[in-house]
Design a protein around this ligand. Structure first.
Ligand code: 8OZ
Length: 375
């Protein structure tokens, strides 16, 4: 049986081990440009087999939170190039997470103060974060407008443009398509947020269509071996729900199987919460079997609440990669701690979102003195 510390070739990505740093929103990118400490933050964590960046907006319209980064302006891509150079110099592998928030946004974050876009004009019962004078506040998301059918090819093109820019200009090894956590692609997939009557609403095949089109187009642009996708079939995050979650996920995975993806990343249960969601049962082994039976060969990446023992159990039962999120905030050397069976440091929730080096680049590796914030 493999261990977390065995290498794995994942599409075009040669991973030194099977530990993945999951995407973590940190709100330290004023003007959507990764901040001065981002290169240190990611390169400190480069012993992970794979780093997935925080969710990163493909367009201004795809923005939904204060001070999250983008992939749509030259200065954003230049800043990311410094990050990827630092990670590569430290021996790491890094992909960026392509993000369009859809309705999880606020007019003050949108181009021209416009309404956010969504499959249907249904507001999400969820909050977003605005930051004024360095002080974060949580506000209700704004009422979205429904995208016209004729606008959807433009959304697909936005993903493709961002993927190409990420690889060609940002220096990334690949991309992860964010189709989880109640953002645009997930809003289309799940019937609670999609009441469309065109080819992108109604049947589960129609609701999955935009995700399949985006993924196929990104694969055509940069090659499937550099593309992963993140899914969260039953998460209640950002007010999404589908009564047919199992059938929807299995249909989607069957459509993705022939695309030759590097990996499929599953959030099990509620994002950042319990691994089981009351009244939302889901059989992850059956979903993986559906993908494999349809010919899908991508690595199967699992996430949510893993510790060393649970991670090994997942590998023993056919997972290929295990993604750790919150533990990576306080433990830059999580791989070494897992290997040593060493305890994990707790991180300070007050510095998860927003701020500077404090709570970002000052968590020490094992045996090191408490770091002065590193730039
Ligand atoms: C936490 C805060 C804001 C955004 C996700 C991108 O859940 C996020 C996110 C997480 O995927």
């Amino acid at each position: 049986m493999p261990t977390l510390f065995d290498p794995l070739q994942v599409g075009q990505l040669a991973l030194a081990n099977r530990v993945v740093m999951a995407p973590l929103t940190r709100n330290r990118s004023p003007g959507a440009v990764p901040g001065p400490f981002a290169a240190a933050y990611y390169s400190q964590r480069a012993s992970a087999g794979l780093l997935i960046t925080e969710a990163t907006a493909i367009t201004h319209q795809g923005q939904g939170y204060a001070d999250v980064p983008g992939l749509y302006a030259p200065e954003q891509l230049q800043a990311w190039k410094q990050v990827t150079d630092a990670v590569h110099a430290a021996g790491g592998c890094i992909v960026t997470q392509l993000w369009h928030v859809g309705r999880v946004s606020h007019t003050s974050l949108q181009p021209g103060g416009a309404a956010p876009v969504a499959p249907s004009a249904i507001a999400a019962k969820t909050k977003t974060v605005l930051i004024h004078d360095g002080v974060p506040s949580f506000v209700e998301t704004s009422m979205p407008r429904a995208l016209e059918t004729a606008e959807l090819p433009g959304i697909v093109a936005d993903y493709v443009r961002a993927a190409r820019a990420a690889v060609d200009q940002g220096g990334f090894d690949g991309v992860e398509i964010h189709a989880a956590n109640g953002y645009l692609l997930d809003q289309f997939m799940k019937s609670g947020s999609n009441q469309r009557t065109d080819a992108y609403g109604g049947s589960l095949a129609n609701r999955a269509r935009l995700t399949v089109e985006v993924t196929a187009a990104v694969v055509a642009a940069i090659g499937g071996g550099r593309v992963g996708i993140r899914l969260s079939p039953v998460t209640p995050a950002n007010d999404v729900y589908d009564p047919e979650a199992q059938a929807l996920a299995e249909y989607l995975l069957q459509q993705l199987a022939p695309l030759g993806l590097a990996y499929v990343h599953l959030i099990e249960g509620a994002t950042g919460g319990p691994r089981e969601v009351p009244d939302r049962p889901f059989d992850y082994a059956a979903a993986r079997a559906a993908y494999r039976q349809a010919g899908g060969q991508g690595a199967w990446m699992v996430n949510n609440g893993y510790d060393a023992a649970l991670a090994q159990q997942a590998l023993d039962h056919g997972a290929d990669l295990v993604a750790f999120g919150r533990p990576y905030i306080g433990n830059p050397d999580l791989v070494e701690r897992l290997k040593a069976g060493a305890p994990w440091a707790e991180s300070d929730r007050n510095t998860w979102y927003g701020g500077g080096a404090k709570g970002y680049t000052d968590y020490p590796a094992m045996g090191q003195p408490a770091a002065t914030p590193a730039g």
